[in-house]
Design a protein around this ligand. Structure first.
Ligand code: NAD
Length: 257
């Protein structure tokens, strides 16, 4: 149910053109936030997904789009500057941009290892570092990182991905300690299988993996991007004031075994 829970607040969301980022941007827009939508692309990765701009227009949200690769310092700086110049500051950073490759360690091409660590971990570090001066100016600063169940447990024969998300989980805890005195909450979300472009191909083509994922998810369905957006709304809002350094699973019970 839409409300006004983020009225007067500005959020920068990376990877906001598709999937979970699209859903978080939409949810925050419905709740009255001003938004900087940052992505390497404008259009969603899945053809049947509604573009984030259409969704935000439908709810009357204010937003700016910044073409941003989270590995590029100047582009990330531009995203933060846009929040400040267009909306007067930055209150919430959602480090959502991420990529996935599936290889065991011995099969991983090192250029793909470098790429996944660059986007998934260095990108989170860089955007947080560059956003912190603006977040310190906010009276209720929040950083929300997209980790994964694979940032808490191993799995999926995705060694580099697990390494990157494990880094995100512990970076979250460490930064929560450093910025608690500034009253900046730093938390992470650890989704299980969420139906997005990241796994669309495997859902359609790899029956064995699909059955494996279904068996590992006690809740009788996979997650939807809105499941993660609802949890992000809690972490972005005032109700999470005393929650910091936490990695919140949104996984239908995957990690409860
Ligand atoms: P997605 O592929 O649907 O969307 C990712 C978005 O990030 C895309 O719009 C893409 O263009 C953007 N992006 C990719 N590289 C970028 C870069 N270098 N700079 C800026 N933007 C970039 O993925 P998703 O499933 O929505 O995943 C979002 C986040 O959630 C990722 O960090 C992912 O690892 C994490 N996650 C997803 C799942 C899942 O099952 N879908 C599970 C756990 C964690």
């Amino acid at each position: 149910m839409a409300g006004n829970r983020l009225a007067g607040r500005t959020a920068l969301i990376t990877g906001a053109s598709s999937g979970i980022g699209n859903a978080i941007a939409t949810k925050f827009g419905e709740e009255g936030a001003d938004l900087v939508i940052a992505d390497v692309r404008r259009e969603p990765k899945l053809e049947d997904e509604t573009p984030v701009f259409d969704r935000l227009d439908a709810v009357g949200a204010e937003y700016e789009f910044v073409e941003m690769d989270v590995t590029e310092t100047e582009q990330v700086s531009e995203g933060v500057e846009t929040a400040v110049s267009a909306f007067g500051g930055l209150d919430v950073l959602v480090n959502n941009a991420g990529i996935y490759y599936q290889y065991s360690a011995d099969e991983t091409p090192m250029d793909e290892y470098d790429e996944i660590l660059d986007v998934n971990l260095r990108g989170v570090f860089l955007a947080s570092k560059l956003a912190l001066p603006a977040l310190k100016e906010s009276d209720d600063g929040k950083i929300i990182n997209l980790s994964s169940i694979y940032g808490l447990v191993g799995g999926g024969s995705s060694a580099a991905y697990c390494a990157s998300k494990g880094g995100v989980s512990n970076l979250t805890r460490q930064m929560a300690l450093d910025y608690a005195a500034d009253e900046i909450n730093v938390n992470a979300l650890a989704p299980g299988i969420i139906e997005t472009a990241q796994n669309a191909e495997w859902r359609e083509t790899d029956a064995e993996l699909l059955a494996d994922w279904q068996e590992s998810t006690p809740w009788p369905r996979f997650g939807k991007p809105t499941d993660v957006a609802n949890a992000a709304l809690f972490l972005a809002g005032p109700e999470s004031e005393f929650v910091t350094g936490h990695v919140l699973c949104v996984d239908g019970g995957w990690t409860a075994w």
